[in-house]
Design a protein. Structure first.
Length: 215
């Protein structure tokens, strides 16, 4: 290489190859000979493994950062309601944080089309959509969840119910088949066209997965 030795990265790789070569007389790294000796094969495998490890660390760091930000968002929502008496419009984000905190599921680092978290059960990765609803003391009798898109990829939906302090009080889970049947049932434009579902309806088709212990 014409630029060999001009940066630390190539020097380290070059030294690594020399140690990996079976024949001390074999040529040092050249782009034209890449992959033609054992040293370069070892380096290529090493680089691939290193890149994979870096990607895993980045994903874990992103997940930790998301949880930290959502935790702060929840605290902000609590303070906002104390000052104004009104909820801050981040119920969905707080619901995701509470689901991850309570159930131990992994939130997706980047927003995925159709699901917000994944969970591994018996070796199977399941994609979960998360919907939240804050139940205030003076709330309407019929509480509606946000739109559930059945044209997207997901396996089940979690409904996280929050109290006035944005703390989770119950989490329900409904499987995709049951959700699709409910949304396609005739009789409601909001349900059929927008994928909106009442909290009471979700409870009837799902199961209680977690409930806040009584104090």
């Amino acid at each position: 290489m014409a630029n060999q030795g001009q940066n630390e990265g190539f020097r380290v790789l070059d030294d690594f190859v020399c140690e990996a070569l079976h024949d001390p007389a074999a040529p040092r790294i050249t782009l034209s000979a890449q992959g033609q000796n054992e040293g370069m094969r070892v380096v290529e495998e090493f680089v691939v493994d290193l890149k994979d490890a870096v990607r895993v660390q980045e994903r874990e760091a992103d997940a930790d950062e998301i949880l930290r930000l959502l935790r702060e968002a929840k605290q902000l929502a609590q303070e906002y309601r104390l000052l104004t008496g009104k909820p801050l419009g981040i119920t969905g984000e707080v619901a995701e944080y509470e689901a991850a905190r309570v159930l131990g599921i992994k939130l997706t680092p980047a927003r995925q089309a159709g699901y917000d978290a994944v969970e591994t059960t018996n070796g199977t990765v399941r994609k979960l959509q998360i919907k939240g609803r804050c139940l205030l003391d003076n709330c309407k009798r019929t509480q509606m969840l946000g739109s559930i898109r059945i044209d997207k990829e997901w396996d089940a939906v979690l409904m996280v119910l929050l109290d006035q302090n944005f703390d989770a009080v119950a989490i329900y889970q409904a499987e995709r088949a049951a959700v699709e049947v409910a949304l396609r049932a005739p009789g409601s434009i909001a349900r059929n066209e927008r994928g909106a579902m009442a909290v009471s309806k979700f409870k009837s088709i799902g199961k209680l997965r977690w409930k806040k212990p009584a104090v």
